[in-house]
Write a protein that binds this ligand. Structure first.
Ligand code: ZN
Ligand code: ZN
Length: 360
């Protein structure tokens, strides 16, 4: 099949053809509208500025959306890094929906395919799809950021990639209610702004900053993991793909930018495992665990960390136990509690079909 991609898009049972109508809808909703919103936001901020009320509302909506994607869509529902009570599971999936990145089953299906084929033909959004140098590399970055929404002629087949989610009544309900979630994503900041200011003007500015601009910023921050964190930055761990750790992406995504370790151990609940790698999403999962709302959390396994360390990126010492005053396993970021999950002990049948096995 002809494809605008440098790599062919394999016609397998794992993917289904996407209609031209749907591709154009993606082009408008996921590429053009966010760019217009960002441009409008920059113009208004330059001319009139943004008031403190709208800053608070937009920041809160940003935090809910990013945590919803990171903790809900990604770590809980795509990779099953932890289990949690039903109410929390629904709340996290709903929060992820507010980011307007699509129904969770579709998001998880694309992402599991990304893990299986990361940076190889079959990866839906690798920045290396067109080549490695010059214009091809720039084109690849744009493709990974947003271009694939429109250029891809095939999308991940949910029946193949996320049968576990399709079998989940709550997830099916949230998928079906996704249009209502889209309305809520805009109506919530507008309602808060209107009630807070008791004015129509306050409602409109909150809709603009907390709804429209926030959705655009959240999108591009999330997509930067696909583009930047597969192109630039350090690779402390050996993986078959080209995933990297990028501090500023990690800051904006609440930990998702520590993408290299995530590809080394996709089901791990913590992505920032090295010293100084802040991972607020892992911290939030830890809070849920301490509150008794989350359990069976797959915390990093020190043995796996040591095995995966890239010798060239590791601190200059002979072995983990060489570091003076730092016994093996403690030079990465402190691990929460005593409940470090022994990844090797997790039975294969309990792992999500995220291609992790093909990627190690
Ligand atoms: Zn990746
Ligand atoms: Zn992942």
């Amino acid at each position: 099949m002809s494809s605008p991609l440098g790599w062919a898009e394999p016609e397998t049972a794992e993917t289904i053809a996407v209609s031209s109508v749907r591709r154009h809808a993606y082009l408008i909703l996921l590429v053009v509208l966010p760019l217009l919103a960002l441009a409008a936001g920059a113009c208004v901020a330059w001319g009139r500025g943004i008031g403190p009320r709208d800053v608070v509302i937009a920041a809160a909506m940003y935090a809910i959306s990013i945590f919803g994607i990171s903790v809900g869509y990604h770590r809980l529902l795509t990779h099953r890094s932890f289990k949690c009570r039903r109410a929390l599971r629904i709340a996290l999936a709903l929060a992820g929906g507010l980011a307007l990145e699509g129904p969770v089953s579709l998001w998880a299906a694309e992402h599991r395919r990304h893990h299986k084929y990361a940076d190889r033909p079959g990866d839906p959004h690798s920045p290396w799809a067109y080549g490695e140098t010059g214009l091809a590399a720039v084109k690849g970055l744009l493709h990974a950021q947003v271009g694939w929404f429109y250029s891809a002629r095939r999308r991940s087949d949910r029946r193949h990639w996320v049968p576990d989610l399709l079998a989940d009544r709550d997830i099916r309900m949230l998928d079906a209610a996704y249009p209502a979630t889209v309305v809520m994503s805009m109506a919530l900041p507008a309602a808060v702004g209107g009630l807070w200011s008791m004015s129509w003007a306050g409602m409109w500015t909150a809709l603009f900053w907390g709804g429209l601009v926030r959705y655009a910023v959240v999108h591009h921050v999330t997509w930067s993991v696909n583009s930047i964190a597969h192109s630039f930055g350090g690779r402390a761990f050996d993986t078959r793909d080209r995933s990297t750790n990028v501090r500023w992406v990690a800051l904006l995504t609440f930990g998702e930018g520590w993408h290299n370790w995530h590809h080394a151990d996709p089901t791990c609940a913590r992505h920032g495992v090295l010293a100084g790698q802040l991972d607020p999403s892992a911290r939030l999962i830890r809070c849920f665990e301490q509150a008794g709302w989350a359990y069976d959390v797959r915390w990093p396994d020190p043995r796996r960390l040591a095995d995966r360390l890239n010798a060239e990126s590791a601190p200059p010492r002979k072995s983990l136990s060489d570091a003076p005053g730092r016994p093996a396993g403690t030079w990465f970021a402190s691990l929460p509690g005593d409940r470090r999950q022994q990844a090797e002990k997790v039975p294969d049948h309990d792992r999500p079909d995220d291609g992790a096995g093909d990627n190690r």
